[in-house]
Design a protein around this ligand. Structure first.
Ligand SMILES: Cc1cc2nc3c(=O)[nH]c(=O)nc-3n(C[C@H](O)[C@H](O)[C@H](O)COP(=O)(O)O)c2cc1C
Length: 187
């Protein structure tokens, strides 16, 4: 079983990564983490290369991610809320999925779909401003990459209770990790 984790937080040991690491403790198989703030993934610049060619012409680490997105059984997206949204770097990462949209909707390759996968969303927040915009955007990302969400881990009061002390969030992270293992054994 292969799992790709997209970390939208700039804090490699912060609240979102605490919950990611809790999942990693229990997930079987290979795990690859992409840190969107540090792993050299540029935003889409709407050059429209993908309108007439396969894939994306920006030569950065997203090329490896494109391969993984068609290989993995699971995807985990983790983000703190920044102004109730996924972080800017995560949205910038998401813009590179435009090549999939173009293939289906501009080039009319309606049969095109990435490998089916299970998805988990992790959202953390200090306590001000609700998570709805971030959840909506994450669902768009999951749709673009053919992922079915099996659940979400929330830790939304981190100013008062950091994720590492949020037993309910830690419990949910473990539960969803075990669920991914079960679902992979069934398929
Ligand atoms: C620029 C910025 C904007 C933020 N906006 C929100 C917000 O809208 N709602 C919220 O609950 N927390 C907000 N926060 C707080 C973070 O989401 C919170 O501290 C989170 O636990 C950080 O997670 P991390 O350690 O994984 O980065 C914001 C933080 C920053 C730096």
């Amino acid at each position: 079983m292969k799992t790709l984790i997209i970390n939208g937080s700039p804090r490699k040991n912060g609240d979102s990564m605490t919950l990611v690491n809790e999942m990693i403790k229990y997930i079987n198989g290979e795990v690859k983490i992409i840190h969107t703030y540090y792993d050299n993934i540029s935003p889409c610049v709407d050059c429209r290369f993908c309108w007439n060619n396969e894939g994306c012409c920006i030569n950065d680490n997203m090329q490896e991610v494109y391969k993984l997105l068609d290989e993995v059984e699971n995807i985990i997206i983790a983000s703190p809320l920044h102004f109730s949204e996924l972080t800017g770097k995560l949205l910038s990462f998401a813009s590179r999925l435009q090549t999939y949209y173009v293939r289906r909707c501009i080039k009319k390759d309606i049969e095109f779909k990435l490998k089916k996968k299970n998805g988990v969303l992790i959202i953390t927040g200090g306590g001000d401003g609700g998570p709805e915009p971030a959840i909506k955007r994450a669902n768009i990302i999951f749709r673009h990459i053919n992922a079915k969400t099996i659940g979400t881990v929330f830790s939304l009061q981190t100013n008062e209770i950091p994720s590492k002390e949020n037993n309910e969030a830690l419990r949910k992270a473990k539960e969803l990790a075990l669920e991914l293992n079960i679902l992979s054994n069934k398929s």
